[in-house]
Design a protein. Structure first.
Lengths: 338, 287
């Protein structure tokens, strides 16, 4: 293709992605507003909430895994840090959710920086295992320290929720709706971060690191700075989601918030859609969530087995994901699908 | 403060338990060092072997020794089949593929275990006497297991460095193409090595099951320990695995004497992180 054609195709691609992203956010908002006034949409509100939680983690993971190529198996640790930070503030000091979310994200970003100081020195499988070890360490600490609730966790009393209200709902009932809209905001933030990474020089540097880190360093990419920034960015949306869910569910438990399974689901979603693409995160998470919900209801006991077979299948047959596969089909699609 | 004899007892307990941990890690070490694949199904395989032994002994009344031998045999066969289903295709490619492929395999095993046996803790019907070293109780089955583990580790070392098969394996590690040109059936060697790794994990599982109760999650605890031990001892190094296991075992036992047992995984984590940062190739890198 000629240079002009490539540029044109890429511009079209970005327009397409912008439209898709805007549409996704609009649909999520519409569903939320609809559920405020219609009883029957209540079920959808819950399942979409779960979807958005996974999506938040996926959007964070995509930055460090998809664009930078660092396989963070323990990414749920930021979800956990967000949840616990928020819960500690709410439980011991009655802080409201909004400030708690702010604290949660700051804590996670700080943690990402510090953890990164150690683990970002490692590569490939060693990095992956180190992140698992970090996740496990946090879980053990949370389960063994009484201030954090130990293995029973921390639970908020219903009285805490008295101040909240939205569109005629009050207290605990309002919480589910407010949480939904907060999550839409988090998802929007995550999509914006991914779009930024995809289109900036910073993102190009990350991709260079993914393809060949030593070569990237050789041509002048400050790999250490870029990796650290990517890791910190990747902690934002998972932490926010963690804080919101801690608030909504009224409880934090070490096993649920520092949960390897959550990390794995995020990795599958990223891989299924196509690592390092924005459209891929949307595609992968949607398909994975839809299939998982369907399987859980139809095959409740077999779901781990099917889960495992699916992961192995994707890894062996379609490692580049759906969007990734489409991009390989023609040069046109390569620049069109972001 | 804690008495000296208690610490000594903890140390000895650590030696015993650590040898078992070392055997558990041996399978992971072999597969990682030789196939360059991080076998994330390692923990699930250990759990599988425990339940197989249980299935045969308790649910079908097979005598204990025969159950163990049968479990080992089945483990080896599972390793061969798993190689073709989950490992062969992802060998040359990106690391993430082999991580996820083996992880998926592990999930399938865990799913089947949950399905068939549920989550309650099981034990094997083993009567064991207990001896006390410095007021720390140690079961004789643990000591027997530790001796067997050490023997197997030494046997693995001899296998890799003193036999024709071992030479072929080392050749494949050094240079797959050259080994093929020299007449080595690379696929067969890789497959047998993987099956051997699974066999070691199976053996460790059965020995551990003699001493401790287990649930499907027990496997993942041993998996983190195994990672730590492999990094401590060096990839593909059987003696390193044994020594690394002992180091971890002693650290764990002393921790449970000084603090509390549930901090064990944290100890493993700290050791792992320290090793990864200071000397990721392990204390005795060889292969």
């Amino acid at each position: 293709m000629e240079a002009v054609q490539i540029l044109r195709q890429r511009a079209r691609g970005r327009l397409l992605t912008n439209i898709v992203v805007a549409a996704v956010i609009a649909i999520l908002l519409a569903l939320g507003i609809g559920s405020l006034y219609s009883e029957s949409l209540g079920y959808y509100r819950e399942t979409i909430t779960t979807f958005m939680v996974l999506f938040s983690i996926v959007l964070g993971l995509n930055v460090i895994l998809g664009y930078t190529g660092y396989v963070s198996f323990g990414h749920a640790v930021f979800y956990g840090i967000g949840g616990y930070t928020a819960m500690v503030l709410m439980y011991y000091h009655g802080v409201n959710i909004y400030l708690s979310m702010l604290a949660a994200v700051l804590a996670a970003m700080g943690a990402a920086y510090l953890i990164g100081l150690i683990v970002l020195r490692l590569r490939g499988a060693y990095f992956a295992i180190a992140t698992i070890a970090v996740l496990e360490a946090f879980r053990v600490v949370a389960a063994n320290i009484n201030y954090l609730g130990g293995s029973e966790g921390l639970q908020l009393p219903a009285t805490y929720y008295r101040g909240y209200s939205i569109a005629g709902y009050h207290g605990l009932m309002a919480v589910h709706y407010i949480a939904y809209f907060l999550l839409v905001g988090v998802v929007a933030l995550g999509l914006l971060i991914n779009l930024y990474v995809s289109r900036s020089k910073f993102g190009a540097g990350l991709r260079a690191i993914r393809e060949d880190e030593d070569a990237a360093e050789a041509i002048g990419v400050d790999t250490w700075r870029y990796k650290t920034l990517a890791y910190v960015l990747s902690s934002i949306t998972p932490a926010l989601a963690g804080a919101i869910i801690a608030w909504k569910r009224m409880i934090v438990l070490p096993g649920e918030f520092f949960n390897l399974g959550l990390s794995i689901e995020a990795i599958i979603s990223v891989m299924l859609g196509g690592a390092g693409t924005v459209l891929g995160t949307i595609t992968g998470t949607s398909i994975y969530h839809a299939v998982k919900t369907a399987f859980l209801t139809s095959f409740p006991s077999l779901h781990l087995v099917i889960f495992g077979a699916t992961i192995a299948g994707i890894a062996e047959l379609l490692p580049m994901g759906i969007i990734g596969w489409l991009r390989l089909k023609s040069t046109r699609l390569r620049f069109l699908l972001e | 403060m804690v008495s000296g004899s208690l610490l000594f007892g903890g140390f000895v307990a650590g030696l015993v338990v650590g040898s078992l941990y070392g055997l558990a890690a041996l399978g992971l070490s072999i597969i990682w060092g030789i196939l360059r694949v991080v076998n994330l199904s390692h923990g699930a395989l250990i759990a599988m072997s425990m339940y197989l032994a249980y299935l045969l002994t308790v649910m079908h009344g097979v005598p204990l020794l025969a159950s163990i031998l049968l479990t080992l045999f089945i483990g080896f066969v599972v390793g061969i089949v798993a190689y073709y289903l989950f490992v062969h295709r992802v060998l040359g490619g990106p690391e993430l593929a082999s991580l996820l492929s083996t992880f998926g395999f592990g999930l399938i095993i865990l799913g089947l275990l949950e399905l068939k046996f549920g989550g309650i803790a099981r034990t094997l019907p083993v009567e064991s006497s207990v001896i006390e070293v410095g007021h720390v109780p140690i079961m004789t089955v643990q000591i027997v297991g530790a001796v067997i583990a050490a023997a197997i580790a030494i046997g693995a070392y001899l296998l890799i460095y003193r036999t024709w098969f071992g030479r072929a394996v080392r050749a494949v590690v050094m240079n797959q193409e050259a080994a093929a040109l020299m007449g080595v059936n690379v696929t067969k060697i890789l497959m047998l090595t993987f099956a051997l790794g699974v066999l070691f994990a199976t053996t460790a599982g059965t020995l551990l099951a003699l001493a401790y109760s287990f649930t499907p999650e027990t496997g993942s605890r041993y998996e983190l320990y195994s990672f730590t031990i492999v990094v401590l001892g060096g990839l593909g190094n059987p003696i390193g695995s044994l020594v690394g296991g002992v180091i971890l075992g002693v650290a764990e036992q002393l921790t449970s004497i000084v603090a509390s047992g549930s901090w064990g995984p944290l100890v493993a984590f700290l050791l792992l992180i320290v090793m990864l940062v200071v000397k990721p190739t392990g204390l005795f890198a060889k292969l």
